[in-house]
Design a protein around this ligand. Structure first.
Ligand code: KIV
Ligand code: ZN
Length: 518
């Protein structure tokens, strides 16, 4: 069977970013978009321009920098949304307006309160309007998998007749099972005249853990675009994971009769970048990009692997971007060696990035004999603190042990101001977090906390991850350090700084909205 191309539509920056604790600022979104281009995805959905000034700006900026992929902006099937999306997208090399309306009885009755006839009229008007602005129009039937197939076919026919070039049939609530979801595509292809002139697309949520399986079932029934997110981030249980889709197409492409143009060697790097930008780590046993994905533990497996890798390995670690080397750096390694090592690992560092990495590297190399590749990558994933309004850790002193009440003294800097205070707590981390609350006057509730080792040995670098609720909103933080208490404190400060950035964005948006309504 000849292998057809499947278009990979990445919605990490739109559907993915909607998931709690995954919000990114403009700079972070631009960094991610640049990496998505390296990955060679076909479409980058950059945001929902009408949703907020921040989203509008992000779509506009991303549209300006992306060179090869199409850039999509989401909008409801109403003229105002479509115009706003077009304002953000029009200067893209390949703009795509992505407009949607719900089609299930549940959504029509309880959310839209619209009749079938009204929805059909809305679809026709919205798609015609969008098409008058932009040649590439994607139309999505929200909750397609729970829609009446007859009505769904009518809506799709209306969208195709009005000029849609891509039709997306989402499993919005992650309810479908593969055979059923695939069947929906088969039916739509059989019922809608002219459907062969548009690309059919799948968009699956993972509530039952079936998002990737459902996406593949759609492919087997004629879909040729898959919407997915890096690390599977997204609403609730997330979206279909891009890395799983890409490796399924690569590993089983012959069976499925399809292939994608994604550079799979960039998968791990994309996954790590997203984790570092959002603070949302992947679980160790996550397929493709989890720390254990290529680790063979059982004796019988190790024996087989040593005899021949194909006994237990269906894809190579190298094919997803894992690079191994026996060369380790230590405290005598200079900038040049560090730069070279990063280059070998596939990272080209700008001079200021190298400088920052070198500073972190020497601090770690002072504490331990050998610095491993995993630790070098973890250093790179640390984000430089950008704003004056952010808090920086200047000094930390903690005393704890058996028979003493743990005490922490924290000194933070915010712009030119230095803030110092101490507190006691149930443990050293608790004491430090309480001290931060005292110096900043900002209370947060820790909802998740973990520390894991980045590489090997008891002197390895620890990676701390926290999720903290400030004013009812969750923010993630991540940091690496050879000292787990310092790492924990830095991770907390990162979450705190994210909450400050979000407050600033909200204030700016309220100001713009006041100006618009004045
Ligand atoms: O899940 C969904 O239905 C969506 C659409 C808006 C494409 O995200
Ligand atoms: Zn979705």
């Amino acid at each position: 069977m000849s292998e057809d191309k499947v278009f990979i539509f990445d919605t990490t920056l739109r559907d993915g970013e909607q998931s709690p604790g995954c919000s990114m600022n403009l700079g972070e979104k631009l960094r991610m978009a640049t990496q998505l281009e390296q990955l060679h995805v076909d479409v980058i959905e950059a945001g929902f321009p009408i949703a907020s000034v921040g989203d509008f700006e992000a779509v506009r900026e991303i549209a300006g920098v992306v060179q090869t992929a199409a850039v999509a902006g989401l909008c409801r099937a109403v003229a105002g949304d479509i115009d706003r999306a077009w304002e953000a997208l029009s200067h893209a090399r390949r703009p795509r307006i992505h407009t949607f309306i719900a089609t299930s009885e549940i959504h029509l009755a309880h959310k839209l309160r619209r009749t079938h006839a009204q929805v059909l009229k809305d679809v026709d008007a919205a798609v015609r309007h969008a098409r008058s602005l932009c040649p590439e129009i994607e139309f999505s039937c929200e909750d397609a998998s729970r829609s009446d197939i007859g009505f769904l076919a009518e809506v799709v026919a209306a969208a195709v007749a009005a000029g849609a070039t891509i039709i997306n049939l989402p499993d919005t609530v992650g309810y479908a099972v593969p055979e059923e979801y695939g069947h929906m595509f088969k039916e739509i292809r059989a019922r809608v005249a002219g459907i062969e002139h548009v690309v059919l697309s799948t968009h699956c949520h993972n509530d039952l853990g079936l998002a990737v399986a459902n996406s593949l079932a759609a492919i087997q029934n004629g879909a040729r675009q898959i919407e997915c997110t890096v690390n599977g981030i997204g609403e609730r249980a997330g979206n279909a994971a891009l890395e799983e889709i890409v490796m399924a197409l690569k590993t089983r492409g012959e069976y499925l009769g399809v292939q994608s143009d994604v550079v799979s060697e960039e998968l791990l790097r994309s996954s790590r970048l997203l984790s570092s930008l959002t603070g949302m780590m992947v679980q160790r046993n996550k397929a493709i990009v989890g720390a254990n994905a290529f680790a063979h533990e059982a004796g019988i497996h190790q024996d087989g692997m040593l005899k021949s890798a194909i006994t237990y390995e269906i894809m190579t670690p190298q094919s997803v971007g894992i690079k191994h080397s026996t060369l380790v750096l230590g405290k005598h390694s200079g900038r040049h060696a560090l730069k070279q090592r990063y280059a070998d690992l596939g990272y080209t560092l700008a001079p200021e990035e190298l400088e920052r990495a070198y500073k972190e590297f020497t601090a770690i190399a002072d504490q331990k004999k050998e610095v491993f590749d995993e630790e070098l990558v973890a250093i790179l994933d640390e984000r430089p603190v950008e704003l004056d309004s952010y808090f920086h850790l200047e000094n930390l002193h903690v005393s704890s042990g058996t028979g003493v009440r743990p005490t922490a003294t924290v000194e933070l800097r915010r712009g030119e101001t230095r803030l110092v205070d101490s507190a006691t707590g149930d443990g050293p981390v608790d004491a430090a977090y309480r001290a931060i609350e005292r110096v900043t006057g900002i209370a947060g509730t820790l909802t998740e906390y973990s520390v894991k080792s980045v590489s090997y040995g008891h002197d390895t670098v620890g990676e701390a991850f926290v999720r903290v609720e400030f004013d009812g909103v969750l923010f993630n933080g991540r940091a690496v350090s050879t000292d787990v208490i310092t790492g924990s404190v830095k991770a907390y400060i990162e979450a705190l700084n994210r909450s400050q950035a979000s407050l600033t964005r909200k204030k700016e948006q309220a100001k713009v909205e006041m100006e618009v309504t004045a």
